[in-house]
Design a protein around this ligand. Structure first.
Ligand SMILES: C[S@@+](CC[C@H](N)C(=O)[O-])C[C@H]1O[C@@H](n2cnc3c(N)ncnc32)[C@H](O)[C@@H]1O
Length: 218
């Protein structure tokens, strides 16, 4: 894996922290989680900012490569998790949780569960940053998702892209993401268009989610 590849992770994490700081948000730098870490592009950059960073992925090949490419010793740990939840991870335990370019590859029933799980493992006072497409424009047919039921759109998009050997991409409407976050005890601090993630055809959002400290600690 090239230096340039890891440099993109460094830049992504740097920009993310600039945004978080611009919201006036300060997070503890004890522990962080990178959900869907792949080979560790973002995890390695996070390890320069947190005492402990955990990367989690469903693919054994990714976890194996990530471990081989780790430059931060025991401070950076990689875990294989092929469950449909994060039960192996403790509630309220990470100051920062990042999940970029991951949730879109799961059917909504799974991404919905994982969004709730990411909020659950987030420590009060911490921040979760994740991205997820909300809509797709089905050109050349010119269909807008707003006019088509969600399940149909997801099936069509998955099939069309699958035929061309591209991984499935699913979406979850912005309103649904907000509701899952709220129910899990999180607060959506900001939502920003994320064109860089999947291009202009997809209306992708980046979510910045906080979690309140119990009032006696505030
Ligand atoms: C496009 S890669 C992004 C990797 C990394 N987040 C980055 O930005 O460099 C998507 C990753 O998500 C992982 N993934 C997909 N579904 C997952 C799941 N249910 N649990 C954990 N990881 C998952 C894939 O194995 C893959 O490594």
């Amino acid at each position: 894996m090239s230096e340039d590849f890891f440099r993109t992770g460094e830049e992504e994490v740097e920009l993310t922290f600039e945004r978080i700081t611009s919201f006036g948000y300060e997070i503890r730098r004890a522990s962080a989680l990178d959900f869907g870490c792949g080979v560790g592009r973002l995890t390695q950059a996070m390890a320069t900012r947190f005492q402990i960073v955990d990367g989690v992925d469903i693919a054994p090949s990714m976890v194996r490569q990530a471990r081989a490419l780790n430059r931060h010793g025991l401070r950076c740990r990689y875990f294989l998790n092929n469950a449909h939840d994060l039960k192996a991870f403790t509630s309220n335990s990470y100051d920062f949780v990042l999940s970029l370019l991951v949730l879109q590859h799961m059917e909504p029933r799974y991404s919905s569960t994982f969004i709730g799980e990411l909020v659950r493992v987030l420590a009060p006072g911490g921040m979760l940053v994740m991205n997820m497409p909300s809509q797709v424009s089905l050109s050349p047919l010119g269909l807008m998702t707003a006019a088509v039921p969600r399940t149909v759109v997801n099936a069509v998009v998955a099939t069309r892209r699958g035929r061309h050997g591209v991984r499935e991409v699913h979406r979850l409407r912005r309103e649904a993401v907000r509701e899952i976050v709220r129910r899990a005890g999180g607060t959506t601090c900001a939502e920003e268009a994320d064109v860089a993630a999947l291009g202009k055809r997809w209306k992708t959002y980046r979510y910045y989610v906080g979690k309140r400290r119990p009032s006696h600690e505030a």
